[in-house]
Design a protein around this ligand. Structure first.
Ligand SMILES: *Cc1c(COP(=O)(O)O)cnc(C)c1O
Length: 375
């Protein structure tokens, strides 16, 4: 087995490479849904079996994937789930009726839909913070607050938060309050929230972690044994686990995560330079790294023209893959966010969100240029 102190890139490149008992360099795909007990005595004592019984509980592929994810996010326990929303559901599963969550006001749109469900069905309260003064967040913490929910950079307006300062101040006010970060946009290549004091990290693995627009998945990583135990019980019982095949595919994708993120960044930087000087573009939002770029056009007519004329870039939801995608949050990912909240955040029909892929950046720029120009 490789040493634990290997660097991120080595751990990622060799994900699963030393885990197969038969010595396979690429970890094989185990599709069996169940595993034979060695004996009744072995069945009574889980440790004495092969370690696997039934695939909802664990599979060799999911286990090696989860071990790798825990290492990459600097945690001790990782859970691979059937979608990003399933990971968010798992994260919030610890909440009890009457408890409170304070979240950033700009998040993946599905989060708000789920928060509303928990308000009306489970009596959990949600408050919002605008991401500006940490003191305003701290002032909102009460005896009922259990969780702080953050996303940085945020989707789609790219608010950037100082996770370390927030986690320090939240824990100083009340060490029982947990800080969770959705790390989908930057991935552990650029940001490892658990090393900055956060308690929980979640991902939509559908995006950069898998990176090829070909699977749906979610990840939760934490670093506390008791919290992990609570999550484990819920996870096993509800069974929102990642399929064996997707686990295999995701482990394979993690091997190239670092290289992909570097190229997403350099491509996005080139596209941002172009957008900044394009006469139709009024504002560009880019956090400096990663592949996500949001920008505003002067008019809705220009937006419609662009979406109808892109040829290399696809007009499609989702993000984080090899292929560049463009979407309009107002009508798509954030359609369910209340109109006054969208207006306050600047999620207007002129705002576009571009996931810059791994194509030649000059082809992407030429595509945007032709789609922006009215012939
Ligand atoms: C897509 C996304 C989600 C939801 O993940 P799914 O895999 O679609 O369920 C959550 N958070 C962020 C930031 C996302 O981009």
């Amino acid at each position: 087995m490789p040493k634990e102190n290997l660097t991120f890139d080595t751990l990622a490149a060799q994900a699963g490479s030393h885990a197969d008992p038969n010595g396979a360099v690429a970890f094989p795909l185990y599709l069996s849904s169940n595993y034979r007990h060695l004996s009744l005595q072995a069945a009574r004592n889980f440790d004495a079996t092969t370690g696997y019984t039934y695939s909802r509980l664990a599979t060799p592929n999911r286990r090696v994937l989860e071990k790798t994810l825990a290492q990459l996010e600097a945690g001790t326990h990782a859970f691979a789930l059937s979608s990003g929303m399933a990971a968010i559901q798992l994260a919030l599963s610890i909440l009890k009726t009457g408890e409170e969550v304070i979240s950033l006001d700009d998040l993946y749109g599905g989060d708000f839909r789920y928060f509303r469900y928990l308000e009306s069905h489970a009596g959990i309260h949600f408050k919002q913070w605008n991401g500006e003064k940490v003191a305003d967040l701290i002032a909102q913490i009460t005896a009922k607050t259990r969780l702080i929910w953050l996303e940085t950079p945020s989707n789609p307006t790219m608010k950037q938060l100082d996770i370390q300062t927030i986690a320090n101040q939240v824990h100083a006010k009340n060490p029982q309050v947990l800080v969770a970060v959705d790390n989908t946009f930057l991935t552990p290549v650029y940001q490892r929230p658990l090393t900055l004091g956060a308690d929980i990290v979640v991902h939509s693995a559908t995006k950069y972690l898998s990176g090829h627009n070909d699977l749906l998945g979610g990840v939760l990583v934490c670093k506390d044994d008791e919290l992990a135990k609570e999550y484990y019980d819920y996870y096993l019982t509800t069974g929102d686990t990642m399929s064996t095949f997707d686990s295999w595919l995701l482990l394979r994708s993690l091997k190239t995560l670092s290289v992909r993120m570097q190229r997403h960044t350099s491509n996005a930087q080139a596209v941002v330079e172009y957008l900044k000087q394009a006469p139709q573009v009024t504002k560009v939002l880019y956090p400096g790294k990663g592949g996500m770029v949001s920008f505003y056009l002067q008019s809705e007519a220009q937006v419609e023209h662009l979406l109808n004329h892109v040829k290399v870039i696809s007009f499609a939801e989702s993000l984080g893959g090899v292929e560049s995608l463009i979407t309009i949050p107002y009508y798509q990912t954030h359609a369910d966010v209340a109109e006054n909240q969208r207006a306050r955040l600047g999620i207007t029909p002129q705002l576009l969100r571009l996931s810059v892929g791994l194509e030649d950046p000059q082809d992407l720029i030429a595509d945007l240029e032709q789609a922006l120009s009215e012939k």
